[in-house]
Design a binder for this molecule. Structure first.
Ligand code: 13P
Ligand code: SF4
Length: 331
C-alpha cells in the first residue's frame, strides 16, 4: 500500500479490504467519538454515507459547517475541492477524505496557469469564482460563491463593476440573466449537469403531465429554460418539501433524491434522463466514496489533505469574504 500526498494533489486511497461482517455504521460512530471527528457529507453521496453523516448539505452549508466545527478531525465525504475548502478554513485541523481521487470535471476545466493568463486580459475585473474550483483558482479570485448564493453575491457589487465569473459557464449565464449584468465567463461545465436530454425530458413530461421539472443551475441553458424551478441542491430539496406537486423530474445528481424521498415519502421523484449511454446522472467522482472507505479513512487517518501554505492563505480570503457576505445576508 502506498499513499502519496503532495499538497492539493493529494493522491491515493487506502485500498484495505474491510471485514464484511463489521457493522460499519457502529464502527464509524465509535471512531467519531474516540477521535472527536465530524463527518460532513454532500447530498450527492450514496445514501448509506448520508445516513451516518453528522451534517449533510450543499456546498455552502458544508463550507459553513466546516468553518464552525469544534471537532479535531474533519472527514469530508464529497469531492476534493470541498475537502480542500474545509482545510483552508481549518489549517490546524486534520482533514480527511475517503477517496483522494474524488475530483471534479468542472474544477479540472479551469487550470490555474490558463486562468491566470485569461485574467490578465481583464485587469480591472473583479473575479468571482464558483467554489467548484481548485485552491489555485481560489487564490486568483476576489470572492467565492456557491450555487445557492451566486446571484446574491454578484448583487452586492456596485452595478457597474466588471466581473469575471469562473469556472461554470452555465451558472454564470444563469446569474447574468437573474441579475441583468454582463460578465466575462470562463467556458467550464460539469460533466453531470451538461448531459441532460431535452428530448427525453419532454417525452417524460408527456408521460407525467402533473410533474414539475426542477433543475440545478449548472444545467445547460435549454434545460433551465424548461424548468419550473431552478436552485442549488438545498434549494431544490426545500422546494420539493414546500411545493405541492405529486411528481418531480429532478435535473441534478441522483444522490439528492434520498433526502427528497425521506422528506416527502408520498411524492414521486424521477431522475431527469441524460443523453449518455449508461443512462445515469451519477457523478463518478462523488460516487468513488463508499462506506468502507469512510471507515478506513477514519481508522487510519488517511488520505489527508495537505496544502501549500501560500496558496492556502491566498485562497482563504475570497472564501472568508463569501462566508461574511452570506452571514450578513442571512444565508
Ligand atoms: P451545490 O452543492 O452548490 O448545489 O453544487 C452542486 C455540485 O455540483 C457540487 O459538486
Ligand atoms: Fe464536479 Fe459536477 Fe461532480 Fe459536482 S457533480 S463534483 S460539479 S463533476
Amino acid at each position: 500500500m502506498e499513499i502519496v500526498e503532495t499538497g492539493w494533489e493529494t493522491k491515493g486511497y487506502l485500498d484495505i479490504p474491510v471485514d464484511p461482517t463489521l457493522d460499519l455504521v457502529r464502527e464509524i460512530d465509535k471512531l467519531k467519538r474516540e477521535k472527536n471527528a465530524v463527518l460532513l457529507a454532500h447530498y450527492y453521496q450514496d445514501s448509506d454515507i448520508q445516513d451516518v453523516a453528522d451534517y449533510i448539505g450543499d456546498s455552502l452549508g458544508l463550507a459553513q459547517q466546516a468553518a464552525r466545527t469544534k471537532a479535531d478531525i474533519i472527514v469530508f465525504a464529497g469531492v476534493h475541492f470541498m475537502a480542500e475548502t474545509a482545510k483552508i478554513l481549518n489549517p490546524q485541523k486534520k482533514v480527511l477524505m475517503p477517496d483522494a481521487h474524488a475530483g471534479c470535471s468542472l474544477a479540472d476545466s479551469c487550470p490555474p496557469p490558463l486562468f491566470r493568463k485569461f485574467k490578465e486580459q481583464y485587469p480591472d475585473h473583479t473575479v468571482i469564482s464558483y467554489i467548484n474550483c481548485t485552491a489555485g483558482i481560489k487564490a486568483l479570485s476576489d470572492i467565492i460563491c456557491t450555487s445557492s448564493n451566486a446571484v446574491k453575491i454578484v448583487e452586492t457589487l456596485p452595478p457597474d463593476t466588471p466581473v469575471i465569473f469562473a469556472p461554470d459557464r452555465n451558472l454564470g449565464r444563469y446569474v447574468m440573466e437573474k441579475t441583468g449584468r454582463d460578465m466575462v465567463l470562463w467556458n467550464g461545465t460539469c460533466m453531470v449537469h451538461e448531459i441532460f436530454s431535452q428530448e427525453k425530458i419532454t417525452k417524460l413530461r408527456h408521460r407525467h403531465p402533473d410533474a414539475k421539472l426542477i433543475a440545478h443551475p449548472e444545467c445547460e441553458e435549454a434545460i433551465l429554460e424548461m424548468a419550473d424551478f431552478i436552485g442549488s441542491t438545498t434549494g431544490l430539496l426545500k422546494f420539493t418539501r414546500e411545493d405541492n406537486s405529486p411528481v418531480y423530474i429532478v435535473a441534478t445528481e441522483t444522490g439528492i433524491l434520498h433526502q427528497m424521498q425521506k422528506a416527502s415519502p408520498h411524492k414521486q421523484f424521477i431522475p431527469a434522463p441524460p443523453d449518455n449511454l449508461c443512462a445515469c446522472n451519477d457523478c463518478p467522482h462523488m460516487k468513488r466514496n463508499t462506506l468502507e472507505k469512510v471507515y478506513t479513512c477514519m481508522r487510519y487517518e488517511q488520505p489527508e489533505i495537505l496544502m501549500d501554505k501560500t496558496i492556502l492563505e491566498q485562497a482563504r480570503k475570497p472564501i472568508q469574504r463569501m462566508l461574511d457576505i452570506s452571514a450578513s445576508l442571512g444565508l
